[in-house]
Design a protein around this ligand. Structure first.
Ligand code: SF4
Length: 305
């Protein structure tokens, strides 16, 4: 337990965001993490072992005044529920969640949040839709074990995106077999695409066609990389040709397009500068750095918070 305590402390000393301890099986780890200063606990009551152990976690969360997320997972439902439903389905997952909500409420604990994840998008959607009819508690949404980068992003975007679009979900987790940095990035992209939260510029780029005679893939990647930690709230266009690029991306605050050796810089669809094509990236980044902060704050896209 000392290891968990020290590990939690080491993390807490290096971050300024809430730390949630996600604990399976050993209730003492939850207590150690809470004692070290974790801001919340996630448990799957079904695998903690006994009501007494759950009571101990609840008593600890109460004393530290931290919330608990009940994290139901399709892969670890209680045996009696699986038997009742003849397997794992959305109804079974909801019954497990409701059972645990009632259990913690019977212990007079109400600082709750719930997740009910499956690795299957259909089942995840159905489970969350059903659960949202059963409870007003905050829901943490996600598609668990979504897979590798491509399939994981697609599954998470569909699952999380559809739920959020329907108004279901208060926090989210993208689960990828990748560096967690990609999970955070994907989560922000989902929020950005739904206009729920903006963080950083939105890059619009064309799919390229026969008119494109520059390496647009590479240019977009360079710009994306350079602006990875940017918090500017603007729309940026990177287009493959000067014939259609500025017009097609007229809603962008700023953009560049390639041509026959000559690149153009445009603002809101109007060309403001021509320059040697090989300078597309540097000219664009330079222009972005000059955008007044007022314009950055206003952006061109409506925000929903
Ligand atoms: S902007 Fe130009 S290169 Fe890009 S898709 Fe449109 S026509 Fe093709």
């Amino acid at each position: 337990m000392m290891g968990t305590l020290l590990f939690s402390l080491r993390i807490l000393l290096q971050i300024s965001i809430p730390l949630i301890a996600d604990i399976h099986f050993d209730y003492r780890l939850a207590i150690a993490a809470a004692s070290a200063g974790a801001d919340g606990l996630r448990i799957n009551p079904g695998n903690i072992g006994s009501v007494r152990k759950i009571q101990e976690i609840v008593a600890c969360a109460k004393s530290f005044q931290i919330p608990i997320r009940i994290g139901v997972n399709a892969g670890s439902l209680e045996k009696d529920i699986i038997k009742k439903y003849n397997g794992v389905n959305a109804q079974a997952m909801v019954e497990s969640a409701v059972r645990h909500i009632e259990m913690l409420r019977s212990m007079d604990f109400h600082e709750l949040k719930v997740s009910i994840k499956a690795s299957d998008v259909h089942r995840t959607l159905e489970a969350y839709r059903l659960l949202s009819q059963e409870t007003d508690l905050p829901l943490h949404v996600g598609v668990t074990e979504a897979g590798s980068l491509y399939s994981g992003i697609v599954k998470s975007s569909l699952g999380i995106g559809m739920l959020l679009y329907e108004g279901i979900g208060d926090t989210l987790r993208v689960s990828l077999t990748r560096d967690p940095v990609e999970e955070i990035r994907t989560g922000y992209e989902i929020l950005k695409a739904l206009n729920i939260r903006r963080r950083g510029p939105e890059i619009i780029s064309c799919p390229t066609c026969g008119r494109c005679n520059i390496n647009l893939f590479d240019i977009v990647e360079q710009v994306e990389k350079a602006l990875l930690s940017s918090t500017l709230d603007i729309k940026i266009a990177i287009m493959g040709c000067v014939v259609n690029g500025p017009g097609e991306a007229r809603e962008a605050d700023v953009g560049v397009a390639g041509g026959d050796g000559v690149g153009v810089l445009f603002r809101h669809g109007k060309v403001v500068k021509r320059f040697p094509q090989e300078k597309l990236v540097t000219v664009l980044l330079d222009e972005i750095s000059r955008i007044p902060s007022q314009e950055q704050a206003e952006g061109s896209t409506p925000k929903t918070t």
